[in-house]
Design a protein around this ligand. Structure first.
Ligand code: AKG
Length: 328
């Protein structure tokens, strides 16, 4: 009997990622079109922050306090699919987190990583300071409020370091990555230093500006063609994404359907962020996760495709209840 095509040919998309998480990122960055960063392109380093580091108790206290989310921020997020929130944490807290993240990256990846994109996943499981961010009501409640859901669970957290000389992050939407069957999924992107445009700032395309032609481009896991085609369509449409710099203490949230990229790091300083992804309580895992979903089974241990996305690694982090009283 003739075998079905799916039995004969292994589908490069509908398969689990076989390597580890860092290998996934190393591969994923090859899906971005790159212009080599020439030394003449390298810009002068951004001013180093000289903030005094907050002690641990202050880091925890600042992240436990609710954030006064403005109505305009909620409507901006719902219209555009992302929002940036200033003064989410004081500079001294960023400084304390930044030092801890430097230590964690150094322990895991050592030095001499110019040109690479480094990741450390599930940091909340081992580091109490980072756990204070990932599981904070301050981030979790804001995620719930922006998405308009009663409660959110954690999908995963990670440290993302775009080292000096590292190229672009490919254009993508996270809902092509996360195996979560809900539009109510969002990621907080928490810079650990100021991020000028030349350092590879997160660049989001407002929902209202997405040309219809971009939505029709098929995702490729073979090469950088998807990234190139998205870039070309945006250029042809004259659409300008938001690549403004980040201030110290500013945190952005982007929805899973938000098209985003990040530029190359043309400075001599690593661009480091903490990123955590939250989803609405009650969400299921999709029926067919793909290679783009990376190590999703590590983030949802024991959870089968098509069943509720709940495990011991997906605590409830935030809810809308707490915020209504502190709205501006
Ligand atoms: O940090 C980057 O360059 C990309 C991050 C990203 O794509 C995300 O947080 O969804």
């Amino acid at each position: 009997m003739e075998m079905a095509r799916s039995e004969r040919v292994s589908d490069p998309v509908r398969t689990d990622w076989a390597g580890d998480d860092q290998q996934w990122w190393d591969w994923y960055m090859t899906l971005a079109s790159q212009t080599p960063v020439e030394s003449a392109d390298v810009v002068s380093d951004p001013e180093r922050s000289v903030e005094i580091e907050a002690p641990e108790y202050e880091v925890h206290a600042s992240l436990t306090a609710p954030y006064a989310l403005a109505e305009e921020s909620v409507s901006f997020f719902r219209r555009n699919g992302y929002v940036r929130l200033r003064n989410m944490v004081p500079p001294s807290v960023v400084a304390a987190l930044s030092r801890r993240v430097d230590e964690l990256l150094d322990a895991m990846h050592g030095t001499g990583n110019d040109g690479r994109f480094l990741a450390v996943e599930q940091v909340w499981l081992t580091d109490p300071l980072v756990r204070g961010v990932t599981l904070s009501r301050r981030l979790g409640d804001v995620a719930a409020q922006l998405m308009g859901v009663d409660g959110v669970r954690l999908y995963h957290d990670n440290i993302l370091s775009k080292e000096p000389g590292c190229g672009r992050t490919p254009w993508h939407r996270d809902n092509d990555h996360y195996p979560l069957a809900s539009p109510a999924v969002c990621t907080s992107w928490f810079p650990l230093q100021r991020i000028p445009a030349a350092m590879g700032t997160l660049t989001c395309l407002p929902r209202t500006s997405v040309p219809g032609s971009v939505l029709k481009i098929p995702v490729s896991v073979e090469n950088s063609s998807y990234d190139e085609r998205v870039e070309a369509e945006l250029r042809a449409s004259g659409v300008v994404p938001d690549s403004s710099p980040f201030e110290l203490g500013e945190v952005s949230f982007h929805a899973a359907d938000c098209f985003h990229t990040a530029g190359p790091n043309r400075t001599g300083v690593p661009r480091r962020v903490l990123s955590s992804t939250y989803y609405a309580d009650g969400t299921n895992v999709i029926d067919s996760p793909t290679v783009l979903s990376g190590k999703w089974r590590d983030f949802l241990p024991g959870v089968a495709p098509g069943t509720p996305a709940v495990s011991s690694l997906n605590p409830l982090v935030g809810s809308t209840a707490a915020l209504t009283s502190v709205r501006r």
